[in-house]
Design a protein around this ligand. Structure first.
Ligand code: KG4
Ligand code: ZN
Length: 430
């Protein structure tokens, strides 16, 4: 079973081709034939966040070249002697699919019709959550490929993709490797074992758009225990970075600064900083008694902290970055462990771009080992933490529920929340 996977929910265009290796009917390992990514982060940096219209334009520009490249990598790209001519019916189906993207249709025809139908069994595509204009590019392309190659298209929840990443266990032997492609070069033949989850499990999903604590009582079942009431963790990292004059995406930048503050002189300087700020930054909702989060107030506290300085030195920035990162880490770890104990979970899974954060990874590993020694912790490989095509391929393989007409759903949920978010409350009032 081979799946071509497409991810376009935010600012990364990801395409992967994965081959499932089955044992007694279930997928036991996954061979990555291609896993390509083009990041738009630099383009969005000037706006300090992702600009949807630009994201859409860039996905539309990059998606077909990326698919062609992935097919080549996977050795599934065979040229036809003469380009295929679309039947009337095919033409009408594809025209409908691409009615808002005629340029993309032209590129599609110029390139994909020159190739033999590849040995691909299904296409997986992110259907949400994310930026809808961006999601549509991936969905339309997936549906067009599905029609052209006569294969089913599987919609994938992006967050389920992040969870799926933590199921990949890298093979130590062989040619397996974990490199994710940041350019158009790829790594050949990475092989991952697919481990099975021990239920009940708990997933903490932390990304640019989400902060969710999700209970997984059994396979494919989710119960939302809590989520952010305002900003997502990654969003808070990005906004605080902006306040400190750092580039987008802010997570890695804050992390670098915070690391500098972890030096021998830190304790002395931290005391100085605390004296300047009067108190350290708050640990929002740490003792709220539920599993919700809130990071907007923390961001405002950083703003007030910055205002207390006449001039903000690099050292001050490092210390603020560290206190911010410590605050976020403490809240995430404490709430996750409390939920883990309450529901007696056998494993804790972390997912989403923010799991690339070294401090968060380290403290989670320490605290789970100390406080829940019988619970296993799974954190995705740093190179697979952020959005990528492979995670959608793995989730698509596990779910395998094709759909005829896929609709982009910017607010697609894994499960209904226990307590409504502020945005939901406001919407209900209207
Ligand atoms: O999952 P992801 O790639 O995209 C979304 O689905 O949102 O997450 C992106 C987020 C950004 O907000 C970025 O700043 C954050 O992940 N991030 C980090 C780190 N690397 C990326 N946050 C904290 N520390 C990092 N090292
Ligand atoms: Zn993501």
């Amino acid at each position: 079973m081979r799946i071509l996977a497409i991810e376009t929910s935010c600012d990364e265009t990801g395409v992967a081709i994965v081959e499932a290796r089955l044992a007694s009917g279930t997928t036991k390992s996954i061979k990555v034939l291609a896993n390509l990514l083009i990041s738009q982060a630099e383009l969005h940096a000037q706006f300090g966040g992702v600009f949807p219209a630009i994201a859409r334009r860039e996905h539309a520009k990059n998606i077909v070249p990326l698919i062609l490249h992935a097919l080549k990598e996977a050795k599934l790209s065979k040229k036809l002697k003469r380009s295929r001519v679309l039947t009337k019916k095919e033409n009408s189906v594809l025209t409908k699919i691409f009615y808002k993207e005629p340029e993309l249709f032209e590129v599609f025809k110029d390139t994909l019709l020159t190739l033999k139908v590849p040995a691909i069994d299904a296409i997986a595509v992110t259907s949400g959550p994310g930026l809808e204009p961006a999601l549509w590019v991936g969905i339309n392309t997936a549906e067009a490929l599905g029609a052209l190659w006569n294969v089913p298209v599987i919609p994938v929840n992006h967050m389920e993709g992040h969870i799926a990443t933590a199921l990949l266990v890298q093979r130590v032997h062989g040619r397996a490797t974990n490199q994710l492609i940041r350019s158009r070069k790829s790594v050949k033949s990475a092989v991952y074992d697919l481990r099975s989850t021990q239920f009940p499990a708990l997933a903490l999903l932390i990304s640019g758009g989400h902060t969710e604590l999700v209970l997984m009582p059994s396979k494919g079942k989710y119960k939302m225990l809590g989520q952010t009431r305002d900003d997502a963790v990654g969003e808070a990292f990005d906004k605080v970075a902006r306040m400190l004059g750092l580039a987008y995406p802010g997570g890695p930048e804050i992390s670098k600064l915070a690391e500098k503050a972890e030096s021998a002189v830190y304790v002395k300087d931290a005391n100085l900083l605390i004296r300047k700020l009067s108190t350290p930054l708050p640990r929002p909702m740490l003792k709220s008694g539920d599993f919700d989060f809130s990071f907007s107030g923390l961001k405002t506290s950083v703003l007030y902290a910055i205002k207390k300085f006449e001039t903000l030195t690099d050292r001050d920035k490092e210390l603020i970055a560290k206190d911010f990162e410590d605050s976020v880490t403490e809240v995430l770890v404490t709430k996750t462990i409390t939920a883990g104990k309450k529901y007696n979970v056998k494993e804790i899974i972390l997912g989403g771009g923010v799991t690339a954060n070294k401090k968060i990874r380290k403290v989670f590993a320490e605290k789970v080992a100390q406080e829940m020694p019988d619970t296993k912790l799974f954190i995705p490989n740093v190179l697979l933490s952020g959005d990528n095509g492979l995670m959608i391929g793995v989730a698509g393989l596990l779910r395998s529920k094709p759909k005829k007409h896929i609709i982009a759903n910017g607010t697609l949920k894994l499960a209904k929340s226990v307590s409504p978010t502020l945005a939901e409350l406001r919407r209900n009032k209207e």
